[in-house]
Write a protein that binds this ligand. Structure first.
Ligand code: CS2
Length: 501
């Protein structure tokens, strides 16, 4: 192997001119916050905003990055002193920058103890997290803590050695109370609706169960703001790592790649001191809801639609799916005709311009976002992306013929992964086993399959599942999606739901 140098503090002063480096005194940076879930998204989003803020106004806001699930961090970010290259890519354009805001990483996959040490420390005033939708162990249709979840069952029995995010945070807060520690803001950066409320729900449920006034102490000493976060940052590939080596001549095993667009809207509800991310382009508001609906229903709704339908059509990436003329027409019409009318006014944003901007972002061919990656954990995503707008449409007495197709697409995607339907692809979704069992028992009658899946009330709220128009639209689309010509479902729905604009 060649003797290419690896990125680390020693290389900072010798980086090629094309790579921007932190403009503040990184060696002087002290930790003030912790982040749970140091994946590609965190490295392209919160850590970059923090890096921007530090160059603007240096303060004690270094990040301690913690992973409580794989992958481990010690051999990648850890070995590089927390430094990594963040690439912004758009078609042929590449912009590189080394981000310095992560000062330390902690692996806590085997036991919660290392994470708890950090979270309970008085230096830490804020905990941010990207732990994926399913990381909250909540019931998607209600937002309540899922008391049957194996990690929750475990943590309720072993509260001092927790495994779940909720269990770890409740324990950390308990340790802070015992140490007479300071107040803590806990900021979820995951794509679940009212993410602050859900986080607060799951932590409070734990604390109430623990008793001894912990829930009251948390209510007085912690804050759980909601936030809308946005930047497309797919899982990093070998090519991305190779690119840095080839273009810039050093090795970096913690590269992150994102698109140019980024947005962060944060509810102004803090327990104490907060990083002034508003100076770095984030927005602090009183109510995140309109922003969150816009983003989850338009951008994320389009992604899930293209991922499931594109996946069924054998297309690999979002950009391949949106380059398909039929899927491109479908997704725009679905958003404009059915999704937009469900949105509340968003200060400073024109919804149809937002749709065009979002579709433009999805066409970026340099962002290799795999349809299978986006389809992962679809059961945790479809409520906020598709089912909530469908529910709103039904309550307005309006059509849902287009939005129902990707719901059937999600069903077909998991059904076709079952043994009975030929294990078309490997899937990862907490409901994959349940849907495979339904497929095995029910066989290939689409109406019966749709009916059995719609009966899962932790995903489909019973009022919605009982709606005749919704049931018929899903069953009809599902029959076609399971046939040899899955795109017939898309063509048919476009014909049936004549354009009104
Ligand atoms: C994607 C999101 O994988 C997924 O579910 O839809 O990660 C999406 O790229 C981000 O929410 C964009 O901000």
């Amino acid at each position: 192997m060649s003797s290419i140098e690896t990125l680390g503090p020693g290389l900072l002063e010798r980086l090629p001119a094309a790579v921007r480096k932190p403009s503040y005194d990184r060696a002087a940076l002290q930790p003030g916050m912790a982040h749970l879930g140091v994946g590609a998204f965190h490295r392209c989003h919160q850590a970059e905003y923090t890096d921007d803020l530090l160059s603007h106004r240096f303060d004690r806001w270094g990040i301690i990055g913690i992973n409580i699930r794989p992958p481990t961090l010690a051999d990648t970010l850890g070995r590089q002193g927390g430094l990594y290259t963040r690439l912004i890519r758009e078609n042929d354009h590449v912009e590189a920058r080394v981000i310095g805001s992560i000062v330390k990483v902690v692996d806590s996959q085997e036991s919660a103890a290392p994470a708890l040490d950090v979270l309970a420390s008085p230096d830490i005033e804020l905990v941010t997290m990207t732990v994926t939708e399913k990381g909250y162990c909540h019931i998607p249709s209600t937002g309540e803590l899922d008391l049957d979840h194996p990690d929750i069952v475990h943590d309720l029995a072993n509260p001092e050695a927790p495994r779940s995010v909720a269990g770890i945070l409740a324990r950390a807060l308990e340790m802070r109370r015992a140490a007479r520690g300071g107040k803590l803001t806990l900021l979820s950066c995951d794509n679940i609706p009212t993410n602050g409320i859900i986080l607060e729900n799951v932590v409070r449920s734990f604390a109430e169960w623990r008793g001894d006034g912990l829930a009251e102490w948390i209510a007085a000493n912690a804050a759980f703001p909601s936030a809308m976060v946005d930047r497309i940052a797919p899982a990093v590939t070998r090519d991305d790592l190779g690119g840095v080596e080839q273009w810039f001549g050093y090795r970096d095993s913690a590269v992150a790649v994102g698109e140019p667009f980024r947005q962060w809207v944060i509810e102004q509800k803090f327990a104490g001191r907060m990083p002034r991310w508003d100076l770095a382009g984030a927005t602090f508001v009183d109510d995140v809801t309109p922003f969150e609906h816009l983003k989850m229903r338009v951008l994320n709704g389009a992604q899930t639609t293209l991922a499931t339908l594109g996946g069924l059509a054998g297309l690999e990436h979002t950009s391949d799916a949106i380059a398909d003329p039929l899927l491109s027409v479908f997704v725009r019409r679905m958003l404009v005709e059915e999704t937009l009318p469900t949105l509340m006014p968003v200060p400073g944003m024109e919804p149809s311009a937002y749709v065009e901007q979002s579709l433009g972002r999805l066409r970026n061919t340099a962002i290799r976002h795999r349809n299978h990656q986006i389809a992962t954990d679809g059961s945790q995503k479809i409520v906020q992306r598709l089912l909530n707008p469908i529910r709103d449409r039904l309550s307005q007495g309006a059509s849902i013929g287009l939005l129902s197709v990707p719901v059937a697409g999600w069903m077909a995607y998991l059904i076709l992964a079952s043994t009975r339907f030929g294990e078309r692809w490997p899937v990862s979704d907490p409901y994959a086993g349940k849907i495979a069992a339904i497929a095995d028992e029910t066989g290939d009658d689409a109406r019966a399959l749709a009916s059995a899946i719609l009966a899962i009330d932790t995903i489909f709220e019973p009022g919605l599942a009982a709606n005749a128009a919704f049931r018929a639209a899903v069953a009809s689309a599902l029959a076609k999606l399971l046939s040899d010509d899955p795109m017939a479902a898309v063509r048919h729905s476009l014909e049936q739901n004549g354009s009104r604009g």
